[in-house]
Design a protein around this ligand. Structure first.
Ligand SMILES: O=C(O)CCC(=O)C(=O)O
Ligand SMILES: [Fe+2]
Length: 385
């Protein structure tokens, strides 16, 4: 009898440990969640963007080489991959699994109650629901996103009920993204611009611990119908530059993100398992006097074999601290090779962000064949379609 009991307990434990191996929970303190099933990669050959890779595992041993790569990447393409960052792939996959909770386990009414005040406050905090933006000729977007803001993650009760158990994990993950990825990438950019190491990081987090209001986003694209796709020329998210300092996305297999490369051709970003895709946004580009490129990118319908799939994304949009003027950085290189961006009043970091969030996809810009133009602070901002 005793033996039987022992055996069945062992069997139970074995089963449990098997279960916990197949459930995705990288830390015992995080609640279990079904493992995210990554969609299959495309078998189609498309034109890939030839973007460079920065291996952060060399950060302590070969920084000069990494600085050189970042320099070429940011002066030429505005995009690069980051590998060797040390964040376990299970942790990355958990973020996709949590993203699914945000879209599939929160009822519509609760999403409405957490709708972001985009027009009112220039903020994406909460949900941007489908159909908010116009892509082209009356076709509206099929994108939903849920956004956490770094300085307003607490209390957990501000988030939809189904997401609450995962908020501590989101916080930990964002903290890791800031301290292990963003910080090292900014230090490398300091190297490119000849700034003291830590200069750019300090603009994102000062000695008193005041932090930029980074946006951490889950984003899901539903496929466009054939009719819609025809009207938008396959475009699902119009060509834009990001509004912030540095954007990081976790690479995922659905082939749809395109970058406008230096020869003016849109090319696809190829998926790299466990890698980040990093680009700089308007604000860092402006502060660099245009030496570092805030590059145009867009999202189009995937190749045939992925076209019917939903596309889930996880993004970290880092922000400078609030209220900083978008002046040129104190770098000799910037002052020599760059140019003055704003002739009149210089916008602030959060001022620029809010203006762009408010008008993106909803305002009547000056229409053009290839792109529409919006004027902000005397500057022409392009919106490609
Ligand atoms: O979905 C993507 O891959 C890109 C999204 C994007 O560019 C953005 O949200 O700014
Ligand atoms: Fe973007």
């Amino acid at each position: 009898m005793t033996t039987v009991t022992t055996t069945s307990t062992e069997a139970l434990e074995t089963n449990l440990s098997r279960l916990s191996l197949s459930a995705s929970s990288p830390s015992p303190s995080y609640p279990p969640l079904p493992r995210w099933k990554a969609p299959p990669q495309t078998q189609h050959e498309v034109e890939w963007a030839d973007i460079l890779t920065v291996d952060l595992s060399l950060y302590d041993t070969d920084k000069p080489k990494l600085i050189e790569t970042v320099q070429t990447a940011l002066q030429r393409d505005g995009f690069f991959y980051v590998i060797g960052h040390g964040i376990d792939i299970e942790k990355l996959n958990r973020q996709f699994a949590i993203g699914e909770v945000a879209f599939d386990r929160v009822p519509r009414e609760e999403k409405e109650a957490h709708r972001a005040q985009i027009k009112e406050k220039g903020s994406f905090m909460g949900y941007k629901l489908q159909n908010y933006w116009e892509i082209k000729d009356g076709v509206r977007d099929r994108i939903e996103h849920y956004n956490f803001y770094n300085n307003s993650i607490d209390p957990v009760t501000r988030h939809p009920t189904a997401l609450r158990p995962f908020v501590p994990e989101v916080k930990d993950f964002l903290h890791t993204m800031r301290n292990t990825v963003l910080r090292r990438v900014l230090n490398l950019i300091d190297g490119v611009l000849g700034l003291d190491e830590g200069y750019l990081w300090n603009l994102h987090q000062d000695a008193q611990g005041v932090m930029g209001d980074d946006v951490f986003r889950y984003m899901i694209y539903d496929p466009l119908t054939g009719q819609e796709s025809k009207k938008t020329n396959g475009v699902m998210l119009n060509g834009h530059t990001d509004f912030n300092s540095i954007s990081t996305l976790i690479s995922q297999p659905i082939t749809a993100l395109q970058v406008l490369m230096p020869d003016d051709v849109w090319r696809y970003v190829k998926h790299k398992d466990g890698a980040f895709v990093i680009n700089i946004g308007d604000q860092l580009s402006f502060m660099s006097g245009g030496v570092l490129k805030g590059t145009m990118h867009r999202v189009v319908s995937p190749p045939e074999d992925q076209r019917a799939l939903r596309r889930l994304g996880v993004f970290h949009f880092a922000q400078f601290r609030n209220h900083l003027p978008l002046d040129l950085l104190p770098s000799e290189k910037v002052h020599k090779e760059g140019h003055i961006i704003f002739e009149g009043e210089v916008p602030t970091t959060n001022g620029w962000e809010q203006t762009r969030v408010k008008s993106y996809g909803t305002s009547n810009f000056i229409k053009g064949e290839e792109y529409d133009i919006e004027v902000i602070a005397g500057l022409q901002v392009r919106h490609y379609h």
